[in-house]
Design a protein around this ligand. Structure first.
Ligand SMILES: [Zn+2]
Length: 252
C-alpha cells in the first residue's frame, strides 16, 4: 500500500496551527519524506514516524522547504547516540546555494547528501519503487519529483515552480499530482515565473492526464475556497485541498 501524508502545506510562512512544505510517502513501511520546511518536524512526530525515515528529498533550499532539517538533524543524532538508529539518512538536495549545501554535507554523521543534479540524470530505482527527478523553474536550483511503482508514474510533486511547457511532460500519466498553487490570479503577471496559480495547477493536471489533483503550498492569506473553484474551472478530475494531517491512499 502506498500512502501520502501531508505534514505541512504553506509557504513562505505557515498559519498558527500549520506548517510549511512537508510530505511523507509510505510504501509498505518504507518512508520517503518530501521537503522539511518550517514547523514540519513537529507534524512529522504527530503524523508519521521520524525514527524510521528512509529518504528525505529537499526540492530546493528555501527555508519553507528545508528549515526544520535542523530539528531533524538533532533528533537523528540523538537516535544514533542511543543506538536506536544505525544508518545515516539519505538526503537528496540541489547543489546550491553552495554555503547551505556545504553546511549540510558536514553533518555526515546523520546525513548522506546526494546531489539532485546527479540524481536527475537517470531513474533512481529502489526496486519496490522508483524516483524520477526533474528540474523546475524557480529563483534558485529547484526540482520536482515523481514517485513510480514498476516504472508507472503514481504521484508527481511539482515542488515550487512557475508553469513552463515541459512541466506537462514531466507530470504526464501520473495518477496523482501534488501541485503548488501559491498565487492569486492577479499576482500571476508579476510572480508567475516562479509559482503557479490554482488555475494553472488545474490546467497542468488536465493537460498531463492526471486523475487526482492535490493542491498545496498555499499562501496563508489566500481564500482556499476561491482557489479550489479556480482549479475546478480548468480541471475535470477530482481536486483535494491539502491540509496538515491529511492522508491519501494512492491506488496504482
Ligand atoms: Zn516554497
Amino acid at each position: 500500500m502506498v500512502e501520502l501524508t501531508v505534514l505541512g502545506n504553506y509557504g513562505p510562512y505557515a498559519t498558527a496551527q500549520g506548517a510549511c512544505s512537508g510530505y511523507v510517502i509510505n510504501t509498505d513501511g518504507f518512508q520517503i519524506m518530501l521537503d522539511c520546511g518550517h514547523g514540519v518536524f513537529s507534524k512529522l512526530q504527530k503524523y508519521a514516524d521520524y525514527t524510521t525515515l528512509g529518504i528525505l528529498v529537499i526540492t530546493h533550499l528555501h527555508p519553507d522547504h528545508y528549515g526544520d532539517i535542523y530539528c531533524l538533524r538533532q533528533a537523528l543524532k540523538y537516535q544514533m547516540r542511543e543506538g536506536t538508529r544505525k544508518d545515516p539518512l539519505f538526503v537528496y538536495m540541489p547543489e546550491g546555494p553552495h554555503p547551505l549545501v556545504e553546511e549540510m554535507k558536514q553533518w555526515d554523521d546523520v546525513f548522506t547528501v546526494v546531489s539532485l543534479e546527479e540524481a536527475q540524470k537517470a531513474l533512481n530505482d529502489f526496486s519496490r519503487f522508483q524516483l524520477k527527478f526533474f528540474k523546475v523553474q524557480h529563483q534558485i536550483p529547484a526540482y520536482g519529483v515523481q514517485f513510480q511503482v514498476n516504472g508507472e508514474p503514481l504521484l508527481t510533486y511539482t515542488g515550487d515552480t512557475g508553469w513552463f511547457p515541459q512541466l506537462e511532460e514531466y507530470c504526464r500519466g501520473s495518477r496523482y499530482l501534488l501541485a503548488e498553487a501559491s498565487l492569486r490570479e492577479y499576482e500571476a503577471a508579476e510572480r508567475g515565473m516562479y509559482h503557479m496559480t490554482a488555475r494553472q495547477a488545474g490546467q497542468l493536471a488536465q493537460n498531463s492526464g492526471t486523475e487526482y489533483l492535490i493542491l498545496t503550498h498555499f499562501f496563508p492569506e489566500n481564500n482556499l475556497h476561491q482557489q479550489q473553484r479556480e482549479a475546478e474551472q480548468s480541471f475535470d478530475g477530482k481536486i483535494y485541498m491539502s491540509g496538515s494531517g491529511k492522508k491519501y491512499i494512492l491506488q496504482p
